[in-house]
Design a protein around this ligand. Structure first.
Ligand code: H2P
Length: 793
C-alpha cells in the first residue's frame, strides 16, 4: 500500500493538483473538495484492502437492496470515523477557514424520504464498522427529496440538485453497465422460455465507499444511473430534428431522475415500477457476475450471497432471480426457486395498508410480462405445497408484493418487537401460520458514530472522559455512566453540555430563520415526515390549548417551552400539507402574543433533512413520539433523542416500547391508548365526539381553529382538519388528547426541577446503548444472513 502524506500535505496537494488552486485563491468549495479528497484517499486504502480480504477469504457477502439511502453529508462521517477531527480543524484554521463552514458546504444527499432510507444508511455504516462484507445497491437519483420552503405558511416544493455542486465521494464505473428491459413479449418453446423486451436502458454503476469506525473496513454503496444504449440519434440530427436526436438519452435518464416523493402516494406508478425493476435487475446481474467469477456453481449461491430486500420495493428480485436461474441458466424451476429463497430475505417497515405495494396486474403484465408468469407459477407452487392456504399473490386484479416477498424469503423481519408481533397477528397472519419460523424481529438502531460522536461532540467528550472511548463501537458500555448519573457535579456538566448545544441552536435559528428563543426554555421537538398517524396535529392542538390556558392565567408558573417542528409532507398529501400550514399560522399568532411570549414559542423549521436533524437532536430536551399506537413500525428518531439525552413523551408504539423498557418507566412520559385499545376504540360510535365533549380544552382548541383564529382572512381554511377530527378521526387524535395534555403537564413539572430533569436525561443516555445499529446488524448477521465479520479474522 502507498504511504500517504500528512493530512495537511494531502489537502494542499489536492487543492493544487486536483483543483488547480493555491490557498490564496481557493474558494470554500475548493477547500471542501480538497479536504474531502484527502479524506477519501485514506478511505480508499481501507476500501481496497477490504475488497481483497473478501476475495481472499471467499467469505459470504451481504447485499442490501434499497430504493432509498438517506446518507446526508459524508465528509464529517469520514473525518469522524478516521479520527481526523482535530487535525482537519487545525489545518483549516491555519489557512483561516472555518471547519464547520467547510462541512456545511457539502450538499446533503437526500436520496430517501425518512426513516426507511436513513436506516439503510446507518446499516451501511455499521456493516463497515463490524467488518461484514457488504454492498448497498440503490439508485443514483439526480434529484433527491424536494427542497421545502414556506410561502404564507404553505409548503412549497422545489427541485433538489445535490449533484449540481461538486460531489467528492463517488467513483464512476463506466465499465460496469447492464441492460435492463421492459415490456415486449415472451416466447415459449417447450421448456425454453425467452423474454424479448421492447425497450431497453442501461444501468451504469457509481460507487461510494462507506468507511467504518477507525477505518478498519469499508464497504461499497453502488448506485445505478440510467442511460440510453444509443444516446444520440445521428440520423434525426442530420435531418434537423435536434430535440428528437437527444430524446433517447433524455428518456433513459428519466428512470433515475427523481426519488419517488413518498412511500405511500399513488402517482407516477409506471415510472416507480420501472425504477424498482431497474435497481433490482442491475443489482442481481452484478451480484451474479461477481459470484460467477469467484465460485461458479450456482447451487452454492445461498452459501455465499445474502440479499436483503428493504421493504417490498425491490421485491421483484424474487421472480427476477428465478427467471435468470431458470430461463437463462437452465436450472429446473424448483431448484431455481429454492436457491432464490435461500438467498433472499425481506424487511417489513410498515403495516399501513396504503404502503403495502400492490400493482395493477395490467400495468405489471405490460412492463414485466415474464415476471407475472413466474409469479403465478411461484404462487401455484406455494399453494400446492400449502393446501390450507387462502390468500394469493394475485387478488383484486393486483399483484401483492408483500405476499410475494414473504413467500420468496427464508426470513421476514419486523423492525421492533411490537411491530413484529402485529405482523404475525395481522397482515401476515396466514403466512405466519404456514411458516411459523420465518418471521423474526430485528429492532432498528442508529449509528452512534453519526448520531452521538459526530453530531454531539460535547456530550461525546464528556462520555469519553468518564468511561473511555470504547463506547463508540460498543454502545452497551454507556451503562457504565450509571454511577455518574448519581453524582451531582457530573450531572451539572451533563446539563451544561445540553445548555451549550441549545445556545448553539438558538443562535443558529436567530441567524438563519429570524427565530429568537431563550435557550432556557424547554426545547420540545417533533421532527419527522408529516403523516396523520405521526400526529403532528395532536401536538399543535395541545400547543393551541396551552396557549389559551396561559392567556387565561399568565401567572400560573408555566414552564417556558419552545415547540419545534420540522418535516416534509408528500406533495400530493393535502391533509398533511394543511397541518404544516396550520402549525405555521398558529405559530404566527402565538409568537406575536405578548402575554404568552415568555412561556410559549412555536417554530416550524423548513427543509428538514439529515443535517438539520444532526443540529436539532443534540439540543432537544423533549422528544415527541406520539403516533397512534400500532402505526409507527419502529421509529429511529426516538432512539437518537434518547441517546442524546432527551426523554420521550410518547405512546406505546414501535420501538418506544423498548426504549421505555431500557430507560425505565420513570424516565419516559407515557400517554395514550395501547395498540389493542386503539383497535377497540375505533369501533366505538362517535369516539371523537365523546372525547371532545369530555374535554373543554380540546373543545376550545378545535373551536379556535374552526373559527379562523389563526387564519382570519380565510376562516374556513382548516375546516378539512377540524371536520376530520370531529368526525372519523381515524388516528384517534381526540381520544388521546386528554392524556397527552396530562403527560405534558408532568413534563412541565419535571423540567421545572432542573436536577431531576438532568438525571432523567442522563439516564436516557446511559441506557440507550442497545439502540446502536451495530446491535441490529449483529442480529441480522446471526439470525438472517449467516454472515461473518472479517475484522481480525
Ligand atoms: C419507516 C417506518 C418507521 C421505521 C422506519 C425504518 C417506513 O420510516 O414508518 O417506523 O422506523 O421505516 O424501519 P418513516 O416513517 O420514518 O419513513
Amino acid at each position: 500500500m502507498t504511504k500517504l502524506p500528512s493530512l495537511r500535505e494531502s489537502i494542499l496537494q489536492h487543492l493544487r493538483y486536483s483543483f488547480g488552486k493555491d490557498p490564496e485563491h481557493a474558494i470554500l468549495e475548493d477547500w471542501r473538495m480538497a479536504v474531502s479528497y484527502a479524506v477519501r484517499d485514506r478511505i480508499t486504502d481501507a476500501w481496497i484492502n477490504a475488497t481483497h480480504r473478501t476475495y481472499d477469504t471467499g467469505a459470504k457477502r451481504v447485499y442490501y437492496l434499497s430504493m432509498e439511502f438517506l446518507i446526508g453529508r459524508l465528509l464529517e462521517d469520514g473525518i469522524v470515523n478516521l479520527e481526523l477531527v482535530d487535525e482537519a480543524r487545525a489545518v483549516l484554521a491555519e489557512f483561516g477557514k472555518d471547519y464547520q463552514a467547510v462541512l456545511a458546504d457539502e450538499p446533503d444527499a437526500a436520496l430517501g424520504n425518512g426513516g426507511l432510507g436513513r436506516l439503510a444508511a446507518c446499516f451501511l455504516e455499521s456493516l463497515s464498522t463490524l467488518g461484514c462484507p457488504a454492498h448497498g445497491y440503490g439508485i443514483r437519483y439526480e434529484h433527491g427529496l424536494f427542497r421545502q420552503s414556506f410561502v404564507d405558511g404553505r409548503q412549497v416544493e422545489m427541485p433538489e440538485h445535490w449533484l449540481e455542486q461538486r460531489h467528492a465521494w463517488e467513483f464512476e464505473r463506466p465499465e460496469v453497465r447492464y441492460r435492463v428491459g421492459f415490456g415486449g413479449h415472451v416466447d415459449t418453446r417447450g421448456e425454453t422460455v425467452r423474454w424479448y423486451p421492447a425497450e431497453e436502458v442501461e444501468a451504469e454503476a457509481f460507487d461510494t465507499p462507506v468507511v467504518g469506525w477507525k477505518g478498519r473496513w469499508a464497504n461499497t454503496l453502488r448506485l445505478w444511473s440510467g442511460r440510453a444504449i444509443h444516446p444520440f440519434d445521428l440520423d434525426r440530427f442530420n435531418h434537423g430534428d435536434y430535440a428528437g436526436a437527444a430524446q433517447p438519452e433524455a428518456l433513459a435518464r428519466t428512470i433515475s431522475r427523481v426519488l419517488y416523493p413518498d412511500d405511500t402516494t399513488e402517482q407516477g406508478k409506471e415510472l416507480r415500477l420501472k425504477q424498482e425493476y431497474f435497481l433490482t435487475c442491475a443489482a442481481l446481474r452484478d451480484i451474479l457476475r461477481r459470484f460467477n467469477n469467484q465460485f461458479g456453481d450456482l447451487r452454492k449461491l445461498p452459501a455465499k450471497v445474502a440479499i436483503q430486500l428493504n421493504d417490498t420495493h425491490p421485491a421483484i428480485a424474487g421472480p427476477e432471480l428465478v427467471r435468470v436461474l431458470h430461463d437463462e441458466r437452465g436450472l429446473p424451476f424448483d431448484d431455481a426457486l429454492e436457491i432464490a429463497q435461500g438467498c433472499l430475505s425481506y424487511t417489513n417497515h410498515t403495516l399501513l395498508p396504503e404502503a403495502l405495494e400492490a400493482w395493477d396486474e395490467s400495468l405489471f403484465g405490460r412492463l414485466l410480462p415474464r415476471h407475472i408468469q413466474l409469479i403465478d407459477r411461484i404462487d401455484a407452487t406455494h399453494a400446492a405445497r400449502n393446501p390450507s392456504r387462502q390468500q394469493s399473490m394475485r387478488a383484486d386484479h393486483q399483484v401483492k408484493m408483500g405476499q410475494l416477498s414473504f413467500v420468496m424469503a427464508h426470513k421476514v423481519n419486523g423492525v421492533s418487537a411490537l411491530h413484529t408481533d402485529l405482523m404475525k397477528s395481522t397482515v401476515f397472519s396466514e403466512l405466519h401460520r404456514l411458516h411459523p419460523d420465518r418471521i423474526v424481529n430485528q429492532t432498528n438502531g442508529v449509528t452512534p458514530r453519526r448520531w452521538l460522536l459526530g453530531c454531539n461532540p460535547r456530550l461525546a467528550s464528556l462520555i469519553t472522559e468518564s468511561i473511555g472511548e470504547a463506547w463508540v463501537d460498543d454502545l452497551d458500555q454507556l451503562t457504565r455512566l450509571e454511577p455518574n448519573v448519581q453524582d451531582a457535579a457530573w450531572l451539572d456538566r451533563y446539563a451544561q453540555v445540553k445548555r451549550d448545544n441549545k445556545v448553539d441552536l438558538a443562535n443558529w435559528m436567530a441567524r438563519h430563520h429570524g427565530v429568537h428563543v431563550d435557550p432556557d426554555m424547554l426545547f420540545d421537538v417533533q421532527i419527522k415526515r408529516l403523516h396523520e398517524y405521526k400526529r403532528q396535529h395532536l401536538n399543535i392542538l395541545e400547543t393551541i390549548a396551552l396557549w389559551s390556558e396561559i392567556r387565561d392565567n399568565p401567572e400560573a408558573g408555566w414552564t417556558p417551552r419552545l415547540k419545534l417542528f420540522a418535516g416534509k409532507a408528500a406533495p400530493g398529501y393535502f391533509f398533511a400539507k394543511d397541518i404544516i400550514r396550520l402549525i405555521n399560522d398558529a405559530a404566527a399568532v402565538i409568537n406575536a402574543d405578548p402575554v404568552t411570549a415568555p412561556y410559549l414559542k412555536v417554530a416550524f423549521l423548513p427543509n428538514y433533512n439529515v443535517s438539520l436533524a444532526e443540529r436539532l437532536v443534540p439540543a432537544a430536551d423533549l422528544s415527541e413520539q406520539i403516533s397512534t399506537a400500532g402505526k409507527e413500525a419502529s421509529g429511529t428518531g426516538n432512539m437518537k433523542f434518547a441517546l442524546n439525552g432527551a426523554p420521550t413523551v410518547g405512546t406505546l408504539d414501535g420501538a418506544n416500547v423498548e426504549i421505555r423498557e431500557h430507560v425505565g418507566a420513570e424516565n419516559f412520559f407515557l400517554f395514550g391508548m395501547t395498540a389493542e385499545e386503539v383497535m377497540e376504540r375505533r369501533h366505538v360510535d362517535g369516539h371523537a365526539w365523546r372525547a371532545i365533549e369530555a374535554d373543554p380544552r380540546l373543545r376550545r382548541a378545535l373551536d379556535l381553529i374552526r373559527d379562523g383564529r389563526f387564519s382570519p382572512q380565510d376562516p374556513g381554511r382548516y375546516h378539512g382538519i377540524t371536520g376530520n377530527l370531529e368526525g372519523p378521526d381515524y388516528f384517534l387524535v381526540c381520544s388521546d388528547f386528554t392524556d397527552y395534555w396530562r403527560a405534558q403537564r408532568e413534563v412541565d413539572a419535571a423540567f421545572a426541577d432542573r436536577s431531576r430533569w438532568s438525571r432523567m436525561a442522563a439516564w436516557n443516555t446511559a441506557r440507550s446503548g442497545w439502540f446502536s445499529s451495530d446491535r441490529t446488524i449483529r442480529g441480522y448477521m446471526a439470525d438472517i444472513w449467516n454472515a461473518q465479520s472479517l475484522i481480525g479474522a
